[in-house]
Design a protein. Structure first.
Lengths: 590, 1176
């Protein structure tokens, strides 16, 4: 009897062992939670969401870290890093192939490209899309891919072409960077320009005209002026935004940086920033997040992206003609408050200035949007190392702070235009010069200057300095005078005209993350990039009262090297084949 | 009852073995009780009347055991087949035995009620015969023998009399037992040897030559070799162990005041390194035999059969703790054994009347005294600051009286300046730009360190009730611990309850349960973080006061350029932690049943759960005193999660002795399933910061929420076979097959075998002659272990995710909303398998010099292969997706584990023991993915990585430029290799490749955070009722990268207070300084690259604890019905000897970048504790 009981128990034990053994297979299958796979995305909604994912990279940022730093890498002669660092190593061409920001940017752009490729790869598998819909998704994905490749090309030039056929599972990702990249980019933009519709139901999407403008930009970087000019003639006459506005300049220059006037007729391709959308500010100008003053009352920002002394000087105009002092502005540096504290008396520059200065740079004594009169040092994080100026273009207005700035953060939804129509007009001016029609170029430049000369677009003094929200008086904040060219292009010749257009681009597009790359384009055409950078860095480094031992002392732009970023060492290392040799060839000089 | 002999054991019967194990503990732990009882219960007065014919001796002993309380211990081999006839009346037990054993060649000794039966060898037999045969006494050898009387006293080491000790004249049956005073008297032949024995003590042989009175001090026989230790699914006698198993001395573990058993384990086990911080409630980091992975290298910790975190267990609750280090021991845990296994058994009820005991202490922890960060005072700071930033606003007019900031800017002021008129003062908590703050300058220098660190109390109380009968045993214990951190407002509070019971329902069925409930509250402190509140101590200027003129927290807002500290650290702790909640409730336990199916065959089934529930609330206040973020709204984050792990294990074990063959076998299966679900929410900008108002709904902006789920499972089959031949040759074979849900379908299963062997040399005939040698065993093992710690269950899948702040996009241009977007988040790989360790272990264990010296030494080589690594894919294919974890790295650890313990007596009543646990290891990276190295340990984004993990070097080695001096002059700059930023007063780097340029190729390995060895030295002295123990711990040869020096020695990073070292900085007049010149420009030649300036020697020796205890004599205690009362005072960390300039050289960190000081909560603070142990 007792033995029977025991055997019963043994049987139970063995049974329980075998039960567990039998459910073995199911027991060990655990599917991932909270994510999705290709299979669930290969349909209309999934592909559209993947495409949105591809758009999302336009916002910039790098997935964490010191997000302004990339801007600092590529902002020489606009603004330095600031944030107590003053001129960073990157501002002074002192980086090397192991620089983290350069690698981050590379990774970021290829992440974006991968996202476009994912769309293109999955698109044929979607069964619930019409051919028309597929065509638009395809063209939009290629449009975006073109943009991301263009940024790679203008930074590094020699980059591997990775399209939708390259995947981890195919193990075909060791692609060399020796094939010319521009033809591929042109193909993508041409395809997009051919197939995209002229208007879009959603304003953020790329349309036919935006694709054409990017194709122009691609040509400009290859100095293909005549190809560009053909397109530009069409764009300037017929171009329209995706929300069906005929291309044109906004009346007031400052409206380009205001949320309430974004997606207007000047916005060829505007990045759609958003705040208070649940993402805690991550979608609001992540690259410019740290830019702006430091301290009350705008009470945001971190004091990064501090404009150059030389930039401010460039906004001087001739007091009679209102034309820029292209060759002479350096001789008459503008008085600044470097070394002064906010309580020391200071009168801002009284000479004539281009009105665009005070939309681009926050400086002592001038209204800083509707936040109050900029008091100088007390809004500056570290005047000694950073200089006395503040960035402004990414800052939202106090009156709209509730909607345009993420609560408790520096993130704003102020627009960031990758291309705006003023940009297009000035490209057209460049092309006209290269094909020899200097007066056409002058009239394009004058179109841009005319808007800058519009007094309605000036910065005005407050009605009450102690209550900036009461509004503005009718007294201009400074002595603005912007005049038009009157035949100087033709009379002074091509070299002068080139300088004048380039100067105009500097003034018009300052601190919009264009200048560094524009300078690359000019190199060799009446312009020596190395001389320019070395001059500017020396000029900044010798500013009286400005950190006498900063990086400018060692700064050096080296010819045949610093024109291109180094291919990130990490990427070279990770791209070694079985033989141990990397498929990525380092750029010259690095 | 029949019982196997203690000395020559034969495996006979599992149940009885267990019994002996328990009884040994009883004897060890309750020796006082027994010694009182021994004489009372077993006077040899019983009379036996017996008549047997041709019964076996074994049957005879059984019969006597049935009729009396006597127990017999014998070897089967001696009694097998021996049959006797007996007919005796009214005999005493000794008369009975004398009669029974006559002519059998057997004799006996008496220990209380225990009779040990042994076979006489030839010589003894002769003597015995000689003694009893009157004829033989006429031989010359025995003539002229004079008898003498000898008296004596038998005591234990504490001087307590031992009652009932056996005193025997050697080679005779002549003997007696000691009386209730421990005294004895015996007539012996002159110069005879006597042996004094008592159960549980080491038998002593004493020459009586020239003596009439003998004082005998018996030393407790710890019977270490006979201890049963739990080794994973079964227990094993220590002497039979062939793998590497460190059996931790629990007394030592429980002696040191600690907040967890893991913390207390430091230095107590060779091969085990433990690093803790001083922050209450922060988990300690543990490594067994070096670092075996770049990721998680935590060992498996099994408490009563269930995986558990040892950080949550009080050392007082532990009965035994074993560390399984090699494959021979750990491969029974297969894939989870790679990093070693710690097996903990908690205290259980024992057969006794209900016993109540209380352990408790109360004490105080004191912050480090003096100026631990060596910070400048205000005057010196002004001097240094003016050097770095000439013409600065702060000290433009000398040391100001006040600093202020209002809507129109900031400045300094002197008494009666209008700007610092208190009437201007205005403060509102969410700083909307209207605040006008005035701070009075502290001209001496604010002691931020001691504002932040204050003395703090700690206490611990444990009450245990336990007892039981043969049929049921129980234990209930409850503990309360509260440790306040010296850092303002930090604390750990833990309440734990443990209940276990065991019922022997039938003689073949036993069931029971363990249950453990833990409640833990520990408001978080972020340690080793360059922006933590602790680092603000040196990031604030010394002139900044704790509070402003109106009593609000002061900081960098209230003045011009007051640095860039993140917050007022004291204010931050007060405002935040008071509103933080961090509560964890853990329930774990199992129920089990054990069935004795046939003789030697036992089935056991156990199902257990570990259920954890965590709730955490983290409040971030308005940091209005800080310039950066002063207008940021307050915010609240709440998260909670619920995790369960089920462990279902079934084993079948068999044990049998067949002649000289001992066989022990185990097979089993185990299923483990873990599920974790959690959620998280946050919101910001609260109308009120009242604690009771703080719920997520009340935030007015920044609302987010998220949730997560994780599931994984493991199913395993395992088997173990132990074979012993003649108790001399030992063999163990283990195999485990694990299936894990974390791996893809191609690599789901892994098999982990091991083989171990041992040779007990001391059992060999030739070794028995070596009287100094008590025991010697050499052993070796080889096998494979695995790890699945560093792979997520999703690794096999390619996945896409959406993320509000990353993949969403405002395609409609609304400015305030974003549309759903997807991006690839992970590339999957289904071919990834286990990390594998191939472990070779060779060692020996020896007990020598009459059980006074214990030595254990081992050599091991552990090759970790197929380390789980994220595949280093180029960005062109990986994009922002995480790359799959694949098997591509190898690490080798080699080392020695050595432990020694010596027990001795210095003088009467004064005994001591001294030990050392010595842990040297060498770690080498054998192979990692191309290019054969990777960097780790980056701090601020602008800093280089500090560590380079490279093939051929130890993990986490520091890598950078070697500073060979400071440039003294422009001439030196010119003559030296070209170096960016070279200037007099800046670092001169070594031109390693001698190419005349300092490039990144000149970087070298500049330090190794791995110690050459660590060691623990427990010392113990006992004099009568007084005990004194000291425990030293040290580490030698480890380098520290002191990153706090970035802040303390350089203005180039964040302006803050600086070290007094800067007073000796390089100047043209002070050319030989090792401190670079004071300046404000970052340069390659000062601090933007990793260089050897930051490397320091982190060796240290610490007196971890010093304990003085007094145990009240039992005679006194009996009046109060107490059986034990001990009081002690303990001081922890009385001193640390080190050259390290930071707070504490004991540093944690992740495995790929440990040894970097990023502002570490020191673990070397001194505590003074008063404690009690009481048992009723």
């Amino acid at each position: 009897m007792k033995i029977n009981k025991q055997f019963a128990l043994v049987s139970v034990c063995i049974l329980s062992l075998s039960i567990v053994s039998n459910c073995d297979n199911n027991f060990l299958e655990k599917r991932p939670f909270g994510t999705t796979t290709e299979a669930t995305l290969a349909n209309k909604e999934g592909l559209n969401a993947l495409l949105i994912g591809a758009y999302s990279y336009l916002k910039g940022g790098s997935g964490g870290g010191f997000v302004s730093s990339w801007m600092a890498v590529a902002s020489q002669d606009d603004a330095r890093l600031g944030c107590e660092d003053g001129a960073s190593i990157e501002n002074c061409f002192l980086y090397d192939a192991t620089n983290a920001y350069i690698n981050e940017r590379w990774v970021f752009l290829y992440s974006a490209i991968q996202n476009c490729n994912d769309v293109l790869r999955l698109l044929p598998e979607a069964k619930d899309l019409t051919d028309e819909e597929k065509g638009q998704i395809n063209a939009e994905a290629r449009f975006l891919r073109g943009i991301y490749y263009l940024y790679l090309a203008i930074g590094w030039k020699n980059v591997p072409w990775i399209d939708e056929t390259v995947t981890y599972s195919e193990q075909n990702y060791l692609v060399s960077n020796t094939t010319p990249i521009y033809p591929k980019i042109e193909e993508d933009f041409e395809h997009a320009a051919n197939y995209l519709t002229e208007t879009k139901a959603q304003v953020g999407r790329g349309n036919k005209w935006a694709a054409k403008c990017f194709l122009v930009k691609t040509y400009m970087f290859q100095k293909k002026f005549s190809e560009a000019k053909i397109l530009l003639d069409d764009i300037i006459v017929n171009g329209k935004t995706s929300n069906n506005l005929k291309y044109g300049l906004l009346e007031k220059y400052g409206d380009n940086f205001k949320t309430e006037t974004k997606n207007g007729r000047e916005g060829v391709f505007v990045v759609q920033m958003s705040v208070n959308d649940g993402a805690n500010g991550a979608n609001g100008n992540p690259m410019d997040y740290f830019n702006g003053p430091y301290g009350s009352p705008a009470t945001c920002c971190y004091g990064c992206f501090a404009p150059y002394f030389d930039l401010i000087d460039a906004y001087q105009t001739d007091h009679l003609t209102g034309l820029p002092l292209i060759d002479t502005y350096q001789l008459t540096p503008i008085k600044n408050d470097q070394g002064l504290s906010s309580s020391d008396p200071f009168t801002p520059h009284e000479g004539t200035l281009d009105s665009r200065l005070d939309w681009c740079v926050g400086r002592r004594g001038i209204p800083y949007l509707d936040w109050g009169v900029h008091p100088g040092k007390s809004w500056i994080r570290s005047q000694y190392t950073d200089g006395p100026y503040s960035a402004i273009k990414n800052i939202c207005w106090q009156a709209r702070v509730e909607t345009d700035r993420e609560a408790g953060s520096s993130a704003t939804n102020t627009p960031l235009s990758l291309i705006r129509f003023a940009d297009v007009l000035l490209w057209a001016a460049e092309c006209e010069i290269e094909v020899g029609r200097l007066s056409n170029a002058e009239s394009y430049v004058n179109r841009v200057r005319e808007r800058a000369s519009n007094p309605q677009g000036f910065v005005y003094k407050y009605i009450d300095d102690n209550d900036p929200l009461r509004g503005f008086s009718s007294i201009p904040a400074a002595n603005y005078k912007v005049g038009l060219y009157t035949g100087q292009f033709a009379s002074n010749g091509k070299t002068y005209a080139r300088k004048a257009v380039r100067f105009e681009r500097r003034l018009e597009l300052a601190c919009e993350h264009q200048r560094y790359f524009d300078l690359l384009r000019y190199d060799g055409l009446d312009f020596d990039l190395a001389n320019w950078h070395n001059w500017v860095m020396q000029r900044e480094g010798s500013q009286p009262g400005f950190n006498p031992s900063n990086n400018y002392k060692q700064a050096m732009f080296i010819r045949d090297k610093n024109e291109l970023f180094p291919i990130p060492q990490e990427q070279i290392d990770k791209s070694a084949g079985k033989n141990g040799i990397s498929v990525l060839i380092q750029n010259p000089g690095w | 009852m029949k019982k196997t002999s203690i000395i020559d054991s034969s495996y006979k019967d599992e149940l009885k073995k267990v019994f002996s194990y328990k009884r040994n503990f009883l004897i060890l732990l309750f020796i006082c009780v027994l010694q009182v009882q021994a004489t009372e219960l077993y006077p040899q007065t019983s009379k036996f009347t017996i008549s047997f014919e041709r019964i076996t001796l074994a049957e005879f002993f059984d019969e006597i055991e049935k009729q009396s309380e006597y127990l017999f211990i014998y070897k089967d081999i001696d009694v097998d087949g021996v049959k006797i006839n007996l007919n005796i009346k009214n005999a005493t037990i000794t008369e009975l035995l004398d009669a029974a054993l006559e002519k059998t060649g057997l004799s006996y000794t008496i220990d209380g009620r225990h009779f040990s039966i042994f076979r006489l060898d030839a010589e003894q037999k002769d003597l015995k015969n000689a003694a009893s045969d009157p004829k033989i006494q006429n031989y010359p050898k025995y003539q002229n023998i004079t008898k003498k009387n000898i008296t004596g006293n038998v005591t234990d080491e504490q001087g307590n009399p031992i009652i009932g000790a056996n005193i025997k004249e050697n080679g005779t049956t002549n003997g007696t037992i000691s009386d209730e005073n421990g005294s004895f008297s015996l007539n012996i032949e002159d110069n005879a040897l006597i042996s004094v024995s008592y159960m549980g003590f080491v038998t002593q042989e004493i020459s009586t030559a020239g003596k009439t009175f003998i004082n005998v001090i018996l030393r407790e026989d710890t019977k270490i070799l006979d201890e049963f230790v739990v080794v994973g699914y079964e227990s094993k006698r220590r002497r039979d162990i062939t793998g590497s198993i460190e059996i931790v001395n629990i007394d030592n573990l429980q002696k040191t005041v600690s907040s967890s058993a893991l913390q207390a384990l430091q230095g107590l086990a060779s091969g085990v390194n433990i690093v803790s911080s001083g922050a209450p409630g922060l988990d300690s980091k543990i490594l067994i035999r070096g670092i075996t992975s770049f990721g998680d290298a935590n060992p498996l910790i099994i408490v009563d059969g269930i995986e558990q975190n040892l950080n949550n267990i009080n050392a007082n609750e532990i009965e035994s703790l074993q560390v399984l280090k090699d494959a021979g021991a750990a491969s029974i845990y297969g894939v989870r054994g790679s990093n070693g296994v710690i097996i903990v058994t908690t205290k259980k009820g024992k057969i006794s009347a209900p016993t109540v005991s209380y352990d408790g202490y109360y004490g105080m922890t004191y912050p480090l005294p003096g100026n631990p960060f060596n910070l400048l005072n205000s005057e010196d700071f002004m001097h240094v600051y003016n050097t770095a930033i000439p013409g600065n606003e702060l000290f433009a007019r000398g040391m100001p009286d006040y600093t202020y900031r209002g809507p129109n800017g900031a400045g300094v002021g002197f008494e009666s300046d209008p700007e610092v008129n208190p009437a201007n003062y205005f403060y509102e908590a969410p700083n909307r730009g209207r605040n006008y703050i005035i701070q009075k300058v502290n001209k001496k220098g604010e002691d931020w360190f001691h504002h932040f660190f204050k003395k703090a109390p700690r206490q611990n109380h444990t009450i245990t009730v336990s007892g039981g009968t043969e049929k049921a045993k129980y234990l209930f214990s409850t503990g309360y611990m509260r440790q306040e951190g010296t850092a303002t407002k930090t604390s750990l509070q833990r309440v734990s309850v443990r209940i276990n019971t065991e019922y022997s329902i039938k003689n073949w069925l036993k069931i029971g349960e363990n249950a453990n409930f833990i409640y833990k509250s520990t408001p978080g402190f972020t340690n080793q973080d360059q922006f933590s509140t602790l680092t603000q101590i040196y990031r604030l200027f010394p002139i900044t006061p704790l509070k402003d003129i109106k009593g609000n927290w002061a900081g960098s807002f209230g003045g011009p350029n007051l640095g860039s500290a993140g917050a007022n650290p004291v204010g931050a702790q007060y405002r935040s932690i008071e509103k933080d909640v961090d509560r964890q409730f853990i329930t774990l336990g199992n129920i089990f049943a054990e069935v004795n199916i046939l003789k030697g065959l036992t089935a056991r089934t156990s199902i257990g759960y570990n259920i954890q529930n965590l709730y955490s609330q983290d409040y971030g206040p308005n940091i209005t005193e800080n310039i950066e973020g002063s207008s940021n709204p307050d915010n609240l984050t709440i998260s909670s999660n619920f995790a369960t792990t089920m462990t279902f294990s079934n084993t079948l074990s068999y044990e049998r002795i067949i002649g000289v063959h001992g066989i022990k076998a185990l097979i089993g299966s185990e299923a483990i399933e873990s599920v974790e679900r959690g959620h998280f929410g946050s919101s910001a900008d609260f109308f009120s910061n009242d604690f009771n108002y703080l719920i997520l709904n009340n935030g007015t902006s920044g609302k987010t929420n998220s949730s997560w789920v994780n599931e994984n499972s493991l199913f395993s089959l395992f088997a173990r076979l132990d074979y012993s031949f003649d108790n001399k040759y030992l063999l163990g074979i283990t195999i485990r097959r694990d299936g894990s849900s974390r791996f893809g379908s191609y690599k789901k299963y892994g098999t982990f075998p091991s083989l171990s062997m041992g040779w007990r040399i001391s059992e060999e005939v030739f070794a028995k002659k070596l009287t100094w040698l008590d025991d010697l065993k050499i052993r070796g093992s080889y096998g494979i272990l695995g790890s699945q710690n560093n792979i997520s269950g999703n690794n096999a899948f390619s996945l896409y995710h959406s993320n509000l702040g990353r993949t969403y996009y405002d395609i409609n241009g609304t400015g305030n909303s974003a549309e759903l977007g997807f991006a690839q988040s992970q590339i999957g790989n289904a071919n990834t398998g286990w990390e594998k360790d191939k472990v070779l272990n060779l060692g020996f264990d020896a007990t020598i010099l009459n059980q006074s010296l214990f030595i254990s030494a081992e050599y091991y080589r552990k090759n970790t292969e197929g380390l789980l690594f994220n595949e280093p894919l180029p960005a062109v294919v990986a994009g922002s997706a995480s790359t799959p974890v694949i098997n591509i790295g190898d690490i080798r650890n080699t080392g020695f584990d050595i432990s020694l313990t010596y027990k001795g007596t210095i003088a009467k009543d004064l005994s001591f023991s001294a030990g050392i646990n010595f842990t040297p290891y060498k770690n080498t990276i054998v192979n990692i993915p191309d290019p054969g190295y990777f960097y780790a340990g980056g701090l601020l984004d602008t800093w280089d990585n500090i560590c380079k993990n490279k093939e051929g070097h130890p993990m986490s080695s520091f890598y950078g430029y070697k500073v060979i001096g400071i440039f003294k002059s422009d001439d030196e700059v010119v003559s030296a290799a070209t170096q960016d930023g070279a200037q007099p007063g800046r670092f001169r780097y070594q031109d390693t490749d001698k190419d005349g340029k300092i490039t990144d190729k000149d970087r070298v390995f500049i330090g190794d955070p791995n110690p050459d060895f660590t060691f623990g030295i427990p010392l113990y002295f006992n004099y009568r009722n007084i005990d004194l123990s000291a425990f030293f711990y040290g580490s030698y040869g480890n380098d520290i990268f002191n990153s706090t020096r970035y802040f303390l020695d350089f203005f180039q990073y964040y302006p803050g207070n600086k070290s007094n070292r800067l007073l000796d900085a390089w100047t043209p007049e002070n050319l030989n300084s090792t401190i670079p010149k004071i300046e404000n420009t970052k340069s390659f030649s000062n601090c933007t690259v990793t260089n050897s300036y930051f490397i320091e020697d982190g060796s240290y020796l610490r007196l971890k604890s010093l304990i003085l205890g007094y145990t009240f004599p039992s005679s006194l205690l009996q009046k109060f019905k107490m059986s034990k009362l001990r009081i002690y005072i303990e001081s922890t960390n009385l001193f640390t000897i080190t050259k390290y300039s930071g707070l504490d050289p004991e540093l944690g960190g992740s495995n790929s970048n440990f040894g970097i000081d990023i502002g570490n909560y020191p673990n070397n603070e001194c505590s003074i504790i008063l404690g009690f142990n009481i048992t009723f």
